[in-house]
Design a protein around this ligand. Sequence first.
Ligand SMILES: Cc1cc2nc3c(=O)[nH]c(=O)nc-3n(C[C@H](O)[C@H](O)[C@H](O)COP(=O)(O)O)c2cc1C
Length: 378
Amino acid sequence: MPSPPPQSPPPQTAPGRPGRITLADFRAAARELLPAAAFDYLEGGAADERTVRWNAEAYERLALLPRVLAGLPGVDMRCTLYGTELSSPVLLAPTAAHGLFHPEAEAATVRGAAAAGALTTVSTFSTLTLEEIGAAATGPWWFQLYVQRDRALTEDLVHRARAAGARACVVTVDTPVTGLRERDLRNGFALPSHGAPVNLAGAAAGSGPDAAAPANPGIHDPRIDPAVGWSDLEWLRTVSGLPVLAKGIVRPDDARRAAEAGIGVWMSNHGGRNLDTAVAPLTTLPAVAEAVAGRVPVLIDGGVRRGTDVVKALALGADAVAIGRPYVWGLAADGAEGVRATLRALHRETELALTLLGAPNPASLTPDLVGPAWRSPQ
Ligand SMILES: Cc1cc2nc3c(=O)[nH]c(=O)nc-3n(C[C@H](O)[C@H](O)[C@H](O)COP(=O)(O)O)c2cc1C
């Protein structure tokens, strides 16, 4: 008697939604579900979107050099940041206005991240209040701050965030004004009421040249202070009582200055949304890591779409990696479950990459595991 044919293994799909395996699958779903102008707001960058492309290409230009016969019994993906243990070194970068993408807005985001053991960074421009988000959060979160012209309002935001459960304050330092978002200009896009920044409700609009005539009238918030300096970060450390990170650093000299002041370094060019042709952070990561010399954590975001991207950033000196657009694709596609599923997909891919590289944990990734690709992407 012939033996029965072997059962084919079940397809590797993200649980709940057959066919969505990769972050790109969630992007396709979000594109289908979202109104075109909201998808453009999410996807777009500044001007010609060269930096958006460079962020991704920086990862494509690198190859991995796996170490064989490493004799690994398994891989431990855990990572600790400022005393908080996370399931992996991948966290959520702050993105504004989650109400645009799902009715449960940031509540779904923090729940989905917690289900994946990940940390959320909540934007100043969230569409739920910090208190509502804190109440919904079952996992760790940080607060992203745009320093307001009104310093009393700024201090109040930080105090509210801390009282609601935020464990660190991430100060965005690359956005004195909003970049030239030409997709939004063409679409005549302005944040609708379900994307309004409720944490700033009642705050007076700012003044100054960019307040009167911002490049992007629909999305630029004139209450953001364009004149933030290093002394503001010191001040925030004092008034917040929280660890402070500066998000938007790409230069080694800025990174050194931050590290000397005990400010965490979050490398970013805002996902290519501000200064077009700004350098991809991955390009300057080795020099930044050298300048920081382990004094403070180094985080990086922009263009991370695969577990192999995560391991490249970690190997070149990052302590953790953040994603922006990809988890919003998950949020738009499937709410909290979509956020969880995008994080899990990246977690699985990263774990697999570590195993195939012969690396037992993220901390064991070293620059010799990365080299130039055979040829640049077409
Ligand atoms: C729709 C959207 C909104 C964003 N809002 C904020 C924000 O409120 N504050 C901030 O610091 N960065 C913001 N960012 C930038 C992200 O934190 C992050 O730097 C960027 O998305 C990383 O690139 P990636 O999208 O390629 O992963 C936003 C990005 C997107 C796509």
